[in-house]
Design a protein around this ligand. Sequence first.
Ligand SMILES: [Zn+2]
Length: 93
Amino acid sequence: MIPLAADYCIGCGQILDKLEPADSRPSWIAGGVYRKMYGFRFTDLHLTEAVCPPCAQDLKARKDQNLVSLVARLSSGQKKLGLFLALETLAKK
Ligand SMILES: [Zn+2]
């Protein structure tokens, strides 16, 4: 059997179900549930690293948090530059 290509989230390990999504749209489900549902073994799947929407949100929030703490640690001279860079990074999102 040729391994089936599937996206799995590097944040929470869920797999994107494109085969038979519950609401006819691809949905992220737990890896174990996914394999049981279709009777897959690990070797049946060719997993591609991806990030599910909730983890992407979480990642974004953490990045913003990092920027805030980074700016807080800078000296006043560096702060202006740090704030500028932080704002520029946020504007790019
Ligand atoms: Zn995830």
